[in-house]
Design a protein around this ligand. Structure first.
Ligand code: PLP
Length: 379
């Protein structure tokens, strides 16, 4: 279906490429990169396989579930794919069929993987996840060494990776994160003492990469920073990143209303003078959060204008009284840059009392994604 809605998300792949190399330089050429593309690449949409396959230096892709993995395979993405979350037993045949890497965090899973792999005369690659303090999927760290030893002798299984995940790497106080690293390191050391060396060892998410040098091991797992966003403003980061995503729309309606007129549902905004309002075709159904009602700002004609009244399912109302030259069809930037002004995902996250992750992942599939064309060979 042709998509004619005037709201769209623009993806600047050259910024993604730039961020990738900034991160690579930051951690050193030798550290492998598992690029996280789950949740539709953090709301950025389907990244072209030409981008992913091109020799950018991506070593592996991380997804959340089997469907995301298979979609990549069907689009002829050639990189190894790791499923970071858990799957149901009935999905195991697909892991084997598509040669995916599966996260393992219990004995049941690894046993079933082994049985089926043997039946199909294949070897399935797994990454064992250790719970060093997240309290989610993963083998409790105290049982990890014993678990790996048991898995090691199973047929049809290759332990390609071992990993763990931080609970609060973005915090200034590193106490708990350092404890997690220490637990993970100890497991690796004990395994090596038994001549068990697992080739990929990884722990660092974005905040870990920037905040905890000791957590890099030989592979890192950046998500958010690849998309040019920072995990928190608690720590200052020594890296330069460019946001990849912009959200743009257009003015579709303009009118003047009298003083004392209420605007939108619930009548939360009453004009205090004659007011010019402008309407954009973007609402909470698109992921433009309703808690930005009477709080959000957008850019038009290079200036900031406020959102007034409740954000609706499909429209948002702006006070454009101070923009006399405004006309129908003018570009409105909701996230991104226009002229000298800029609205960041971080700003929106702060105003809505959440994290940048939730803002970008929440941008709905109703908004089309447009990739800005770039030629990566001309670096
Ligand atoms: C999503 C995810 C990441 C990426 O986290 P960011 O903070 O976005 O870098 C890393 N590791 C695992 C296991 C994840 O699920």
């Amino acid at each position: 279906m042709e998509r004619l809605n005037s709201s769209y998300i623009e993806i600047d792949l050259s910024s993604l490429y730039y961020n990738f190399w900034q991160i690579k330089k930051y951690v050193g050429e030798k550290t492998k990169i598992l690029m996280i593309v789950k949740s539709n690449a953090y709301g950025h949409g389907i990244l072209p396989s030409s981008f992913l396959n091109f020799k950018t230096g991506i070593d592996m892709l991380g997804v959340a579930n089997i469907e995301e993995a298979i979609n990549l395979c069907k689009r002829k993405v050639k990189l190894p794919i790791l499923i970071l979350s858990y799957i149901l037993p009935e999905e195991i045949p697909l892991v084997i069929k598509y040669n995916l890497r599966q996260t393992v965090g219990d004995w049941e899973m690894v046993k079933k993987l082994s049985e089926l792999a043997q039946k199909r005369k294949k070897k399935v690659k797994i990454h064992i996840k250790i719970d060093t303090g997240m309290g989610c999927i993963g083998i409790p760290y105290k049982e990890a060494v014993e678990f790996v030893r048991k898995v090691k002798v199973l047929k049809g299984i290759e332990i390609e990776g071992i990993f763990s995940h931080f609970a609060q790497a973005e915090k200034k106080n590193k106490f708990f994160s350092l404890k997690q690293i220490q637990r993970f390191k100890k497991i690796i050391q004990e395994l090596e003492n038994m001549q068990i060396k697992i080739s990929l060892r990884h722990m660092a998410n974005s905040a870990g990469i920037l905040n905890l040098q000791e957590s890099h091991f030989n592979m890192i797992r950046p998500g958010l920073i690849l998309y040019g966003l920072l995990p928190s403003n608690e720590v200052s980061y020594k890296i330069n990143l460019k946001p990849v995503l912009s959200l743009k729309t257009k003015i579709i309606y303009l009118k003047e209303v009298e003083k004392g007129q209420s605007i939108s549902y619930d009548r939360t905004y009453i004009t205090t003078k004659r007011t010019k309002i402008g309407i954009i075709p973007l609402g909470y159904a698109d992921g433009y959060r309703r808690d930005l009602s009477n709080k959000g700002e957008v850019l038009v004609c290079g200036r900031r204008v406020p959102v007034i009244g409740r954000i609706r399912m499909d429209q948002t109302i702006l006070n454009v009284t101070n923009i006399p030259e405004i006309k129908i069809g003018d570009e409105v930037v909701v996230i991104g840059q226009q002229g000298k002004e800029k609205i960041t995902v971080e700003e929106i996250a702060k105003k809505t009392n959440t994290i940048p992750y939730e803002i970008i992942c929440g941008l709905s599939s109703r908004i089309r994604r447009i990739n800005k064309e770039v030629d990566f060979k001309k670096k």
